[in-house]
Write a protein of this length. Structure first.
Length: 118
């Protein structure tokens, strides 16, 4: 069982990135999927969540309108589209899968670095 994030990198302020999180060894369709981020010397914070059915999404208040979470259960992948990036968005971004019934079942990816800098 594994979650693998990709798509991070260096981007200039105002730019965009799309992160991907692919599941291996299990189906994401039974999991609520979330993106978190952790900046240096800061606590990990929740960025966005999308429930297993795909019908409900929620975002950190400070990120609404810039970030969009989506999922493709056929590809077993979740995405985070990030637009109008700011230097303060620099962090390691992690995806998380929490089973929609058995809530203690929770998997994490290894993270992908996003750096916003000119």
């Amino acid at each position: 069982v594994q979650l693998v994030e990709s798509g991070g990198g260096l981007v200039q302020p105002g730019g965009s990135l799309r992160l991907s999180c692919a599941g291996f060894g299990f189906s994401l369709s039974s999991y609520d999927m979330s993106w978190y981020r952790q900046a240096p010397e800061k606590e990990r914070e929740l960025v966005a969540t999308m429930i297993s059915t795909g019908g409900s999404r929620s975002y950190a208040d400070s990120l609404k309108g810039r970030f969009t979470i989506s999922r493709d259960n056929a590809q077993n992948t979740v995405y985070l589209q990030m637009n109008s990036l700011k230097p303060e968005d620099t962090a390691v971004y992690f995806c998380s899968a929490q089973h929609n019934v058995f809530r203690r079942i929770n998997y994490w990816g290894q993270g992908t670095q996003v750096t916003v800098s000119s």
